[in-house]
Design a protein around this ligand. Structure first.
Ligand code: SF4
Length: 445
């Protein structure tokens, strides 16, 4: 008799690292015979990969767990990810949740699920995870971009951040294993590799190799179209890295360097290891060496004690630097982090107003940056899905501009030259070059 098909669905909240972990779980479930169904449909197992980086992350995670249970009242709902690690009891108390698996037990998720006595329990290890778990992924849904996790955890303990508690201390993938994984993904047809980690600048290979050694090794992998670094802390961008970014033809001209605040007093209270002048100087050096570099940043508003003058300092730094993509978020107290007990908490309405002002500035800078490329031909890596509204293909330039263009399905998952023509309804519209479309091979950027 045939075994009944078991179904699984996934929902991910939060950052690229969570997206990576969900992809890994997906492969594990499919490998043991599960069939995936869209989240929101009835499934035997629903895995919700939670986020706790803000209060909103917690609330959305709980909301998705409740939704998972509503869709499959008879199915098993698993909560995993950062919220599951930092506050397993809160999730275990939810009647909709059957199993809580913390970040350090995540590679045992299916094993725990199969052991029926696990249900209704929490599996959260609080000890330091000594070794990096490679968690290789071979099929990332389409062949455009694949993420390679090279580092996990963080030792910085910024005063507002719960991540070191959620993901543990810093540990790295070996250089050999990283390069091998990149080679496998290139052989499988991926055109772009994104290196991810919680605190990637803290990378240390098996013999203590720094991040720049990984970048140089990946740059030499034959057949790789392009690669990028997901996010790096300002204090960890070394001179050698600046030179590498300037010289490499395959490393994208795009960096994400969190700012958090432009005020030195706030940076100190945040326990950030740089001051605003260091940040401004780094961005000036980078943009001098790398023309058209796109830099994005996380910026927090309403950290305890942030006065109007301190907020103006942040606006000033954003204004004066070549920052073009801002991720603005309001401070929210997290667990037992030092900042949650600090005096002078900022009222929500003030945070909201500051966030809106900063987003407006960010939008103006992003707009001005994108307009610089109109009438230029740039390489775009087209993704697998079409834009639902326009029906156009879409994808990213190496400078992280999302481009929409009419074109045939054969353009999917390929890097193609596109002439940028206009910005309409906040979309950059382009036209794919006929020559690029006719070529059978992936034109490399
Ligand atoms: S560097 Fe700071 S903000 Fe980033 S993960 Fe580590 S503790 Fe959190």
């Amino acid at each position: 008799m045939n075994k009944p098909v078991r179904t699984v669905s996934f929902h991910t909240l939060g950052c690229k690292l969570n997206a990576y972990d969900t992809e890994w779980h997906r492969e594990q479930f499919l490998d043991v015979g599960y069939v995936e169904v869209p989240f929101g449909q009835s499934a035997d197992v629903t895995v919700v990969n939670t986020c706790t980086v803000t209060g909103q992350g917690d609330a959305q995670s709980r909301q998705m767990l409740r939704r998972a249970h509503r869709a499959s009242p008879e199915g098993t709902v698993v909560a995993t990810g950062c919220y599951a690690q930092t506050d397993p009891d809160a999730l275990a108390e939810m009647p909709e949740v059957d199993l809580v698996v913390g970040t350090r037990e995540k590679t045992r998720l299916i094993e725990l699920l199969n052991s029926t006595c696990s249900l209704g329990r929490t599996f959260v290890t609080r000890s330091r995870a000594a070794d990096f778990q490679d968690m290789d992924i071979y099929n990332f849904g389409g062949r455009a971009r694949a993420f390679v996790k090279i580092q996990e955890g963080c030792d910085e303990f910024c005063s507002f951040c719960i991540i070191p508690f959620a993901r543990g201390r810093s540990r790295s993938r070996t250089l050999t294993s990283t390069v091998d994984q990149v080679k496998r993904l290139v052989d499988a047809g991926y055109a772009e590799i994104v290196l991810t980690g919680v605190h990637i600048g803290d990378y240390a290979g098996e013999d203590g190799e720094p991040l720049v050694d990984v970048l140089e090794a990946i740059d030499r992998v034959p057949g790789l179209g392009r690669f990028r670094v997901s996010s790096i802390e300002a204090s960890f961008v070394t001179d050698a890295m600046v030179e590498f970014f300037a010289d490499s033809e395959r490393c994208c001209r795009h960096l994400h360097i969190p700012l958090q605040s432009g005020d030195d007093g706030i940076l100190e209270k945040m326990r950030r290891p740089y001051r605003s002048a260091d940040y401004v100087d780094l961005l000036a050096r980078l943009s001098e060496r790398i023309p058209d570099l796109a830099v994005g940043a996380d910026v927090m508003v309403g950290f305890p004690g942030e006065t109007d003058a301190a907020f103006r300092e942040t606006l000033d730094v954003v204004q004066r630097t070549p920052l073009v993509f801002l991720h603005v978020f309001p401070y929210s107290p997290r667990g037992n982090t030092p900042a949650s007990g600090m005096p002078d908490q900022v009222p929500p309405l003030v945070k909201k107003a500051r966030g809106a002002e900063l987003r407006k500035l960010g939008k103006a800078k992003a707009d001005a940056y994108q307009r610089r490329f109109i009438d230029q031909t740039v390489d775009v890596l087209f993704e697998n899905k079409r834009d639902a509204e326009t029906g156009f293909l879409h994808g990213l330039t190496d400078t992280y501009i999302r481009v929409y263009a009419p074109g045939p399905d054969s353009a999917r998952d390929r890097i193609l030259p596109v002439r940028l023509e206009s910005i309409e309804a906040e979309r950059m519209i382009g036209r794919i070059s006929e020559v690029g479309l006719r070529s059978e091979e992936l034109p490399l950027s």
